[in-house]
Design a protein around this ligand. Structure first.
Ligand SMILES: [Zn+2]
Length: 509
């Protein structure tokens, strides 16, 4: 932490009642390396101007202030219209929707029962000291990615169970979530212990009266007693296991036990145990390792890449390997712009393209790509990059192996990400030039597969008979959400506070 903003620095930022703080989309880039945000790019200024014009024209017609307009479904549509007009991106959003509240509300209502399984979520234990995630949420609010974070000063409480529950199950259309964690050499810095994940799962499902949460157990190859620890955790019946090949992602300076997925002597022992306990899915964190991080931790770089995925997948056809973040490199201190430049110059994105080539190279069909952070960090900051990465994964692995995960609640309630995928399409130019397949309608077969279909298959969840949000098994959460919606979104009137410290995006998990 390098200190607090001086009066001058505060004065140089826009006052919080003005843009960019109240817009539903990004108008500034967040960087971990600079104390104050870098100046807006020309594109971002353009997005902002277009949005303001729409707020003044469409919102005023409804008697709404800019802020009220930006908080409405029509305001959300306007954000995607502004992105379309600026980036020549292809979001399904029209000026008609942005200017007609009834039309925007109707659309949101029509999609709210879409089944969404988010198999990559987090909250932090009560005694956590990982305040960097508070800074991250503030930065996301500041960048305008998630309109729900805009007005709220963030605290550690926002990263704990109660707020997690609200942001996942009440503020978003997510129906089922998997709670994950991240290990550390420092026991106190595990996001959650394996026991805490299982306890949270059991509590949620008991409270709901149906299966709303799944849980990971974390495995840490090479650490003292790791295999016994895993075996003990497996006895509590997590739905899958997850590991971090860099060893300690939270405190990279402490990482002494990085490991490879294809290490026959060490890691394969975990796969053996998993098979023995009926676990089918091995989740592995990859990527989020930009040049700035590689410079600081060069010995971990190889482990962050996906070079060890293919052999492991080939040797263990009875297991599925779900690669978290799809190996996307340019987050956690990198920028979507770096990824876009790389794609424009080479037609590739590190290390998403490498991952997408594994099925062909190794003749395997058991490798999956989770879109956590990959999607959040690109889709509103550089939408063409988000489209390109979806295309790359779809082309190489098939859209049936791209699975929904949002890494919420690091970037707040996942609803804005859900809305972005619903609306995203790959432009025809890009489809033709690179052989990408279109994503189709918000609730068409491909997006339904990404949002839930494949996750349901991986986890043997029969959606029609097991879903608790509608139908014969309607559970207590469904009733709670109905009440919540009736009383309107629980918005805070507190003003957004300025970011008071640099964001350590490198700890993103
Ligand atoms: Zn994560």
């Amino acid at each position: 932490m390098s200190g607090f903003l001086t009066e001058d620095e505060i004065a140089a930022l826009n006052p919080s009642e003005l843009l960019p703080h109240s817009t539903p989309i990004p108008t500034q880039i967040v960087s971990s390396d600079e104390f104050t945000p870098p100046p807006q790019s020309e594109k971002q200024k353009e997005v902002e101007a277009r949005l303001l014009a729409m707020a003044d024209e469409f919102g005023a017609r409804q008697g709404q202030s800019r802020r009220q307009f930006f908080q409405s479904a029509a305001g959300m549509a306007a954000a995607f219209v502004a992105l379309n007009e600026t980036f020549s991106a292809v979001f399904d959003a029209s000026r008609a929707e942005a200017s007609t509240p009834a039309m925007a509300d109707e659309r949101a209502k029509g999609l709210k029962d879409q089944f969404i399984m988010d198999m990559h979520t987090h909250f932090l234990r009560d005694d956590t000291r990982l305040t960097n995630f508070v800074r991250a949420r503030e930065a996301v609010g500041k960048a305008g990615w998630n309109p729900q974070l805009v007005d709220k000063p963030q605290t550690l409480e926002d990263l704990k169970f109660n707020n997690f529950f609200k942001e996942i199950y009440l503020d978003s259309d997510t129906k089922v979530a998997l709670i994950s964690s991240s290990p550390s050499e420092e026991p106190q810095d595990w996001f959650l212990t394996n026991e805490q994940m299982i306890e949270a799962r059991d509590k949620i499902n008991k409270d709901a009266g149906s299966r709303r949460m799944f849980a990971h157990a974390i495995f840490t190859p090479g650490q003292d007693g790791w295999l016994e620890h895993l075996e003990g955790s497996l006895a509590r019946k997590p739905e899958s296991i997850k590991g971090y090949t860099v060893g300690d992602n939270t405190n990279k300076d402490l990482a002494r036990h990085p490991w490879r997925m294809d290490d026959e002597k060490v890691t394969y022992k975990a796969y053996e145990l998993a098979v023995k306990h009926g676990i089918k899915n091995i989740c592995v964190h990859k990527g989020l390792f930009p040049e700035s991080t590689a410079k600081r931790f060069p010995h971990l770089l190889e482990y962050a890449k996906v070079g060890d995925v293919g052999k492991a997948a080939k040797d263990w056809p009875q297991l599925n390997f779900v690669i978290y973040h799809a190996g996307y490199r340019w987050a956690a201190g990198g920028r979507a712009g770096d990824g876009w430049n790389e794609f424009e110059q080479t037609g590739r994105v590190s290390w998403v393209s490498d991952l997408a080539e594994i099925p062909e190279k190794y003749g395997v069909t058991n490798v999956y790509a989770d879109v956590g952070q990959l999607f959040a960090q690109s889709v509103v900051a550089e939408p063409r990059l988000a489209a390109a990465m979806m295309g790359i994964m779809g082309r190489g692995m098939g859209y049936e192996r791209v699975v929904w995960g949002t890494d919420a609640v690091w970037t707040g309630s996942p609803q804005w990400q859900i809305e972005a995928l619903r609306r995203l399409e790959i432009s025809e130019d890009m489809q033709k030039k690179y052989g990408f397949k279109p994503l189709g309608a918000a609730d068409g077969p491909i997006k339904n597969m990404i949002f839930a279909g494949t996750n349901a298959k991986l986890y043997d969840f029969d959606i029609p008979s097991q879903r608790g949000d509608i139908g014969p098994n309607r559970d207590r959460f469904a009733l709670m959400k109905e009440e919540y919606e009736k009383s309107g979104p629980a918005r805070s009137n507190l003003r957004y506070g300025y970011v008071t410290g640099p964001v350590d995006w490198s700890a993103f998990a």
